[in-house]
Design a binder for this molecule. Sequence first.
Ligand SMILES: Cc1cc2nc3c(=O)[nH]c(=O)nc-3n(C[C@H](O)[C@H](O)[C@H](O)COP(=O)(O)OP(=O)(O)OC[C@H]3O[C@@H](n4cnc5c(N)ncnc54)[C@H](O)[C@@H]3O)c2cc1C
Length: 398
Amino acid sequence: MHHVVILGGSYAGIAALRKLQKEKTLRITLIDRHPYHYLQTEGYELIAGDTYFDNTIVNLTSLCANFPNVTFRHAVVEEIDKEARTVTLSDGTVAYDTLIIALGAVTKRFECDTEVYNYSSGAKSLRGALKLNRFFQDELYKRLESAKHAKENFNIIIGGAGLSGVEIAASMQHFFNDYYRSNTLSCKTLNIHLIASRETVLHGMHPRVIALTTKRLESLHVAIHTQSRIKSIDAHEALLESGEKIPFDFMIFAGGTTTTPVLESFDVPKNRKGQILVDPYLKVPDNEHIYVVGDAAALKNAEGNPLPPTAMTAIASGRTAAENLLRIYHGKTPKVAKLRIKGIAIALGGKYAVIDIHILRLSGYPAYLMKKIIEKSYKWPLWYLARKGYRQIAACEI
Ligand SMILES: Cc1cc2nc3c(=O)[nH]c(=O)nc-3n(C[C@H](O)[C@H](O)[C@H](O)COP(=O)(O)OP(=O)(O)OC[C@H]3O[C@@H](n4cnc5c(N)ncnc54)[C@H](O)[C@@H]3O)c2cc1C
């Protein structure tokens, strides 16, 4: 039986899996270091304490239990050998006929010592989001309990003003503003400093989206530092290239991503960000057996321009790679990937969002409702499958 191995069970890997499982003559193994798919696109709510972490995950064992030709392996990928067509895992080795790499990317962090490390996190993992949320809750609690602490400023620096940076800044600030008003003014000030290296937040997006987002951030009192780069960070102080020093209690890295460590030693052409270059069919050039999808790949649109890393392109690339794999498996010609950003939805605290779907730009509550519909239409079918799979597993165990 042709064995397809999918590395990474998130947006891109699951999209490929759902398409491939329909071909029952394939044997599929999905591998992830976590037993869950973390919904990064909902991370902003978790960080701000608006939701419980269980709402932001999909269990991979239960999900895969729905498909008789799919096995889930909870293991860390350690090495890919493209000549031997094997993958070394933390608990053994697996051989493949076709490999789909959907390992995403990791947060690019500043070199920092343990002291800074303990007071900082990225937002791309569930662990990072929880660390940040716990710190946030602890600090609020400290200020609630003690009059001395209540007077202290609480500074958070968010390094990076792209999609994730602005969503986190707005959600945390909104949560805090509400908390401050409704809890007897027990904290003095939460200062969120959003550091944008370019002249605006959300650089590269439509000017109207940038304008609406900036207005919203300003109305929430997020301090936006444009054309600023962090030069160095010390325990509780960031030095900007302009010479300005900003004290911080917690630092969130949202300024960019880099290749996931296991792919660093994978000897294939990559771009400056460490993403693997792919051909128009999403394969590694000159290799018939390996596809790369999602944030791990240097994806381009039909005009050949680089696409930003989003869940939407991750899903589309996962589906396209699966389709091409199936076409080749059935002796047909693969199709050139036609990837594009259909729109973007940005949550900006409370029941406010900004949506850009090219023909239409919405802000406020209607945009928030649309954002929620987009999130739920992705999550609910997966939850439904995971619950169905769980019932099957539970029935077998009785
Ligand atoms: C806070 C935040 C908000 C965002 N908001 C949006 C949004 O609103 N809309 C949008 O479209 N995009 C958004 N994004 C971007 C989006 O989440 C990513 O583009 C998307 O997650 C990429 O999906 P992926 O499947 O390629 O990789 P990932 O989601 O990063 O998944 C990679 C998977 O590989 C696994 N893995 C990695 N290394 C190993 C290893 N060595 N062994 C085993 N498993 C491994 C990981 O556990 C993970 O499950 C947001 C991102 C963040 C951080």
